[in-house]
Design a protein around this ligand. Sequence first.
Ligand SMILES: Cc1cc2nc3c(=O)[nH]c(=O)nc-3n(C[C@H](O)[C@H](O)[C@H](O)COP(=O)(O)OP(=O)(O)OC[C@H]3O[C@@H](n4cnc5c(N)ncnc54)[C@H](O)[C@@H]3O)c2cc1C
Length: 555
Amino acid sequence: MLILGAGINGAAVARELALNRVSVCLVETADVASGTTAYSSRLIHGGLRYLEYRELDLVRESLTERTRLLRLAPQFVRPLRMYIPSAGRWGGMWRVLRNFLGRGDVSAATRPAAPRGALLVRIGLWLYDRYARDPSLPRHTSHRVGQPGTIAVDPRRYRWLSAYYDAQVMYPERLTLAMLEDARRSSHEHGIAFDVLTYHRTELRGEQVEVFDQRGGSEPVLTFQPAAIINATGAWVDETLRRLHVDSRRLIGGIKGSHLLTHSAKLRAALGGDALYVEAPDGRPVFMLPLGDAVLIGTTDIAYEADPAEAVASDEEIDYLIETAGRVLPQAKLNRDDISLHYCGVRPLPHTGGAKRPGAITRRHWLDRNENCPIPLFSVIGGKITTARSLAEETAATVLDAIGRPVRGNTREQVFAGGEDYPASEVEVRRVCEQLATTTGFDLEQVERVWQLLGTRSRNVLAELSAGDRRCIADTVLPCSLARWMIRHEWARTLGDLVERRLMLLYDQRLKTIGLRQLAEVLVEAGALRSEEVEAELAAYQRRLKEHFGRELTS
Ligand SMILES: Cc1cc2nc3c(=O)[nH]c(=O)nc-3n(C[C@H](O)[C@H](O)[C@H](O)COP(=O)(O)OP(=O)(O)OC[C@H]3O[C@@H](n4cnc5c(N)ncnc54)[C@H](O)[C@@H]3O)c2cc1C
């Protein structure tokens, strides 16, 4: 089977197929999880808002997957308490009714929006609790603004607070890599092939597929005839079909969404480890989410037609998010100087030809079978981080059926790599990390940081690394040897791969230019970069950090 695209959906499909003893070749034009998967709000959620659009099945499916991810991927997915502030009790009824009846069309966006009142929020949360049926998470509660133990939102603007639980995945990039590790293990166990080719492109010649290394060579590195092709290229689905020279109607209508990351201590303190789900003046939902020692604020919803890889948060989006945060928590006095970085991703939503407001377009997923290709070809439309596993299960069943192969199993109970033998509580995690620090000789802070990236796999990886060079990437707590390990085991080939999607240093304020240079040297040692290319690579990568994320490294 050929899978195109190593975002969360492509990786989840690879995992599901490998478990079904199907050999997989996964081809990615850039890096694993370098598309939309890296730029989400990082919530594992049922999607409270979808209730308003009558997407009841989607909410139910998402909540089931949330429960499953909390259990099977505890190293990455954690419960998160969310607060929704409301100004009044009754507001928003008509708007919600209109949306529920499917009348929330484009023209509705031009009318002023009445904020949703506390009563409406409570009805939604009551339904949400009923659908979730998750005994591991507390049910929703209601509070008056100012009640001790709740978030101190602006009392001049809000009177009520509703609290409920969802979940958060700090690094969807690492969850994607864990899925690929699972696929690798299953393939190994069943003695079948599993290849991940990043920075490669595919051409279709009749029933043959040719795979080329994007970094050079006019000859294909691989030629084969797949039983089927799964186009899991997200916001690039139409472009991928065009490049394969396969006729298709337009499938995707990209909607971009931006986030800010701030290390503002005042904002962090105001949230106190909980999250806020607020309504912006235009009625859009905006999240303020704790993320490690920072706060993530997002998002926007803007139709987007250009290359998704080029999407960047605009000044207007940044101002909109800062202003929305300021309306709710004015005491944090958030301003532009507080912003550590921003990012922007394009949602791979179904094409509606502009008939619907971005917020009203369904977040459901489905498969489109293309009849114009000599090989069975399926494209994935839509999908969320939350539902990647269930999407993969459905995809595998459909594709296996199309090629006359049986479904042998599914991943409903498969623990994600690094979640095996997971300690039962945070206290236990700390105890295990302390033990690991003693046995491997790494500092506790180092062990805990590696644990965030690898979960229980840290045991073997740190034991392996403890025998060698213990130097850290300058000013950070991560050992350089971990970067070497990630190049060997996790397909990392560039500075961006290491910083943004393996070591997650993009979000670490301690990363400096000297650390970046050390990583470039590690890439040289590994043969992924030539020494004469180092200066140009460093300059190009710092340019990307500035232009793409608004982040400037100090020396
Ligand atoms: C602003 C925003 C907020 C979001 N928040 C949430 C959230 O909180 N919770 C949630 O569950 N979901 C959320 N989502 C949705 C979720 O992030 C996406 O739906 C999901 O990441 C899509 O994954 P994917 O694998 O389909 O696409 P991608 O991650 O984009 O992966 C597609 C991959 O295909 C590659 N590719 C492109 N062309 C080719 C080709 N020709 N051949 C091979 N590879 C190719 C790309 O490089 C890319 O790596 C959010 C999305 C956005 C934009």
